[in-house]
Design a protein around this ligand. Structure first.
Ligand code: PHE
Length: 341
């Protein structure tokens, strides 16, 4: 094989090898193999001196062409491989900007607290101010000043948590009435949201700790009609305009007359169902006209002032409104229940 044929063979081989390179390292190896100091083309160029002079120009030209061609094939293969590498790297590292982000779950108010807030807002809108009283109360404020006779069964230590020294965990928010009236002259228009405690065995409608909202309105000419109008407005606001109300005679030591407020059943609207025990009515709160003895205890003149008071169980109202069958569910912290409200 003469130099011309060797050059052609090397050219063919180099073309094929360059084409099948799959990495920059492969390309470099091919470059060294053909164009390096000991490379095949370099080697052939050195042999040029031994070619007869009349052929030298032609074979020399050919070898130079091949050298340039291999150089440029190598260069363009390198560029291709770099391009490929960049493209695949980019797709491997790519961010999918259309993926939905991670959402953080937000906390919620417990339905009881939400209901309490809503109720207080409604009362504030009617001109009541909201105040608080202590959970550890004197027996005097919790019972005596509210005209509980000494024999009243709720004084029994089966019903109340006594903490000693004449103190008790308040069994209702009514003792706050005493505190408010003792601290200011009439007129008084307040609501008192707060926690109360009773020695009840928890069941579907009782808890040992629960919230009440107390209301008190005292002025020089407050009547039962004011009580009725106020509570009717509240009932409509919470349970809807279609709700009917009725007052049922009751007994509380600190109000006279005393009544309980019922609303028409939210499920059967009065026809009778399981929720209302087939009576058509649901009991929602206790209320009445402030007893003259209570006014005496706080130093108000019962011949001059009159007033009404009411007290409602917040959990009771929340469960009725939200259709929760068991009051204990409110405090089990089951997110499946709580996240529905
Ligand atoms: N304190 C009473 C209770 O806990 C409710 C009530 C408050 C009744 C005010 C009349 C007036 O049951």
């Amino acid at each position: 094989m003469d130099l011309h044929d060797e050059a052609k063979a090397a050219q063919d081989a180099a073309r094929g090898e360059i084409q099948s390179c799959s990495s920059l390292e492969d390309v470099d190896a091919v470059r060294i193999k053909y164009l390096g100091r000991k490379g095949e083309i370099t080697f052939l160029l050195r042999k040029l001196g031994k070619v007869p002079p009349e052929q030298r120009k032609e074979v020399g030209g050919l070898l130079n062409e091949i050298k340039v061609e291999i150089g440029s094939l190598i260069e363009s293969r390198k560029q291709d491989l770099k391009q490929q590498k960049y493209a695949s790297g980019a797709s491997a590292e790519a961010l999918d900007v259309t993926l939905p982000g991670r959402t953080f779950k937000r906390g919620r108010f417990n339905p009881t607290l939400k209901m309490m807030d809503d109720l207080v807002q409604i009362f504030v809108g009617m001109g009541f101010s909201s105040v608080e009283g202590p959970e550890i109360e004197t027996e005097y404020n919790n019972f005596d000043a509210l005209n509980f006779p000494p024999w009243h069964p709720s004084r029994d230590d089966h019903d109340s948590f006594y903490v000693g020294d004449g103190y008790v965990l308040r069994t209702h928010t009514s003792p706050a009435q005493i505190r408010v009236m003792k601290s200011q002259p009439p007129p008084v228009r307040v609501v008192v949201p707060g926690r109360c405690h009773r020695r009840d065995t928890p069941d579907a409608s009782h808890l040992m700790s629960f919230y009440q909202i107390e209301g008190l309105y005292v002025d020089f000419d407050v009547s039962m009609a004011d009580l009725k109008g106020t509570l009717a407005a509240i009932a409509h606001e919470i349970f809807g305009e279609q709700t009917r109300i009725r007052f049922r005679p009751h007994y509380f030591p600190f109000t006279e007359p005393s009544t309980e407020l019922d609303i028409s059943c939210l499920v059967c609207e009065g026809k009778g169902c399981r929720l209302c025990k087939h009576s058509g009515w649901l009991e929602v709160l206790g209320c009445g006209m402030v007893h003259p003895n209570v006014f005496e205890h706080v130093g108000y003149d019962p011949r001059k002032v009159t007033g009404f008071a009411f007290g409602m169980g917040v959990e009771r109202i929340a469960t009725l409104k939200l259709g929760i069958g068991d009051i204990r569910l409110l405090y089990e912290n089951d997110i499946r229940l709580l996240s529905q409200f």
